[in-house]
Design a protein around this ligand. Structure first.
Ligand code: NAD
Length: 364
């Protein structure tokens, strides 16, 4: 047998094995009151947002950690009451398949590792939440979605803002055309990035402003306008050629939608911006700051929004768990949503390469 064929056969046997494990578990899932989540990657977002949020969730709880840093383990075990059997590293991760306490693997790794760990999680029979951006590109994202379908497991993206009240209300006002038809969107998300050695400044890791925070602006333009863009023009600008030698520093792009609506968007690793503005025929909605998990503020032409701050991460993970347990629809945070954004990201990079030429966004 050729090596490639052997690897393929082995992979599918592992797939079948783990699917058998997993199928039993799927039966259990709807009988559970709370699902178990394993966090993969114990960096900033896991440590300061997701794990604390899992202390507030009603439908899921932290049941495992996966880390390449043994020095972090004791602290996590102590804070979250975890035992040795709930701690994995990247090498023995696949044995998570036989841990029935864990229903969902939440991938919180650098972007170039999202695809690998999603495929490994599906092979282990688990559902997956993967952080944004879903993958490095459209091809990887499609592969992740297919892998989930093959083993009857679900893929979700860490799109927490779908569970945030200012965003929910903005979407409602847009869908109901409270201010008429939407004509124009303007949005930007950027911050001044520090440490020059971090993975967010490395191309191989899927770094750059667009992949990191620009994706929120793509999302917001899509869910306010409520259509899929058909074409994009984009340009990239740099002021620090050393710091940003591998990745984008600032990109501006414009998206055209089938109704004629237009979105003007910016993302940056050197300028601080955090806003969205939707202009309709008879009024507007403004959110600023808009994409943070701290306090969001907003107003329409006629009134101020007055929503309390919520724990977006807790609501997001509970929403997904409630969907898996009870079939209650989640708020549009499935893998397909991440794939749609990857298509746009690919088109933006393609337009940048062509010095701002218009690029059509392919659906398939
Ligand atoms: P981070 O750098 O703080 O953490 C990354 C983790 O991955 C660390 O624990 C690190 O040890 C581990 N890792 C494993 N292999 C690595 C390697 N080869 N190089 C570098 N780190 C490696 O990053 P973060 O801010 O926690 O981001 C992780 C993911 O979460 C990213 O995909 C990011 O886009 C996403 N994120 C999402 C939000 C959100 O609001 N949804 C916020 C922050 C980050």
């Amino acid at each position: 047998m050729e090596r490639r064929e052997f690897t393929k056969t082995l992979a599918s046997s592992i797939g079948i094995l783990s699917l058998t494990n997993g199928l039993g578990q799927l039966g259990d899932i709807t009988r559970k009151n709370k699902l178990g989540i394993a966090l993969v990657g114990l960096g900033n977002y896991s440590t300061h947002q997701l794990a604390p949020a899992l202390l507030e969730t009603q439908k899921c709880e932290l049941k495992g950690i996966v880390t390449g840093s043994p020095e972090k383990v004791d602290k996590w075990k102590k804070i979250y009451g975890l035992g040795n059997h709930q701690v994995y590293n990247y090498q023995n991760f696949d044995t998570i398949a036989i841990n029935n306490e864990i229903d969902i693997v939440y991938i919180v790794l650098p972007n170039n590792m999202h695809n690998e760990f999603t495929l490994r999680s599906f092979a282990a029979g688990k559902h997956v939440i993967c952080e944004k951006p879903l993958a490095m590109n459209t091809k990887e994202a499609s592969e992740m979605i297919s892998a989930g379908k093959k083993v009857d497991r679900e893929l979700f993206v860490g799109y927490r803002l779908h569970y945030e009240p200012h965003h929910r209300e903005t979407i409602r006002l847009c869908r109901e055309e409270t201010f008429g038809k939407i004509k124009f969107f303007e949005g930007g998300f950027g911050f001044r990035i520090g440490n020059r050695d971090q993975w967010r400044l490395k191309k191989a890791y899927g770094g750059g402003a667009l992949m990191d925070v620009g994706v929120y602006v793509i999302q917001a333009a899509r869910y306010t306008i409520g259509e899929e863009p058909i074409a994009v023009t984009a340009r990239s600008f740099k002021t620090d050629f050393d710091k940003f030698k591998e990745v984008d520093e600032l990109i501006t792009w414009q998206m055209e939608f089938p109704s004629g609506a237009v979105a003007n968007c910016t993302t940056s690793f050197s300028a601080s911006t955090n806003h969205l503005f939707v202009a309709a025929e008879n009024g507007f909605i403004n959110l600023s700051p808009s994409y943070t998990y701290r306090e969001i503020k907003g107003y329409t032409r006629d009134y101020n929004f007055n929503f309390q701050r919520v724990n977006q991460q807790a609501l997001h993970m509970d929403g997904i768990s409630n969907y898996l347990i009870n079939g209650e629809p989640h708020l549009n945070v499935g893998g397909e949503e991440g794939l749609r954004d990857m298509r746009i990201i690919d088109a933006i990079f393609s337009s940048v390469e062509k010095q701002g030429e218009k690029v059509n966004i392919l659906r398939k």
